[in-house]
Design a protein around this ligand. Sequence first.
Ligand SMILES: C[S@@+](CC[C@H](N)C(=O)[O-])C[C@H]1O[C@@H](n2cnc3c(N)ncnc32)[C@H](O)[C@@H]1O
Length: 338
Amino acid sequence: MKPNSSPIEREEIVAKVAVPAVEAIAGLSRPLVVNDSLGRMTPANAALWNRRASKAGTGRIWPEDGPYDGVLIRLLHDKSAMTMALSAVASRMDKGAPIYVVGANDEGIKSIGRVLADHFEEIETLDTRKRCRIVRGYRNASVVEKPRFEDWATSCEFGVLDRVCEWSSWPGLFAKGLLDPGSELLISTLRSQQGKKAIKFNKPVLDFGCGIGILSAAIRTMAPEVSLTAIDVDAIAICAAERNVPDLDARNSDAWSAISGSERFGLIVSNPPIHTGKSGDFRVLDALLAGAKNRLLFKGALVLVVQRQIPVQKKLEEHFKFVEMLAQTTRFRVWKAS
Ligand SMILES: C[S@@+](CC[C@H](N)C(=O)[O-])C[C@H]1O[C@@H](n2cnc3c(N)ncnc32)[C@H](O)[C@@H]1O
């Protein structure tokens, strides 16, 4: 595994390294596989829990009840999300059942033993190849203190558009209980454009990559009656956004997968994901730009914020006739395309 391997290359390498673990759980009667986005590590007899939507289908916030007699879990980059996922699966495993964790050295697999030790014993590295490893442990007799999804809900307070609100969140969601400066710039830019003809808030609005729903909440404040749709690949983000924003049509979606070909919006807003894990990844940004034009109503606009070093202007000009920078700070730029 090279540090600059693309996300897909990473998943392919990890899936190859995981083969002995896949073979081991394939011989069990009720195995569970977690975070297998390519579907390459899931034997036919295994249940699957993916938090993110993928080709395998929509995501799930929590695994089915089980009990499971073995688990294979792809390491998550986010330690808090990984800790939560391990609690969820440990609460559904038979005592003595094996767990296999697979991931790359530069993703933190070498220190997974410390997290596993809460609920697993006899932890050892089974295999090390291609700068990845498989770590195995066995479910011990410890009680899982937070076995349910709701046990992990957090709430935080911060202001959006001068209103301080309480926000529901969960481990692994964007910005970790703080208002991201990029989102803040996008919101203040939208507000400064409100009432100007160039951006309309009276036609259906889409929040692409909504996270816990911060941009949607700002739109709802500026346009209380507008029809508002929000999409995110993470099923838990969708759950949080539904709680945080009234009258939101929130859908779990890998890029455009949950938006039908006939839906159209007057405004699409986004603070798109640019980096996943260790390597730069423009796939979602590219999918957003490629799909947005055909989802806009006549005179509709895409407004997005990106870090200023990302060469987004050229990408936007490939798809849109009019591209304009509406605002910038030392770190971010807000672009409008129509
Ligand atoms: C930079 S965060 C922005 C979150 C939120 N809009 C905000 O401003 O706080 C990007 C969001 O895009 C979501 N995302 C990542 N990949 C995606 C994909 N393939 N399809 C849809 N959403 C995706 C992430 O889960 C994350 O919530």
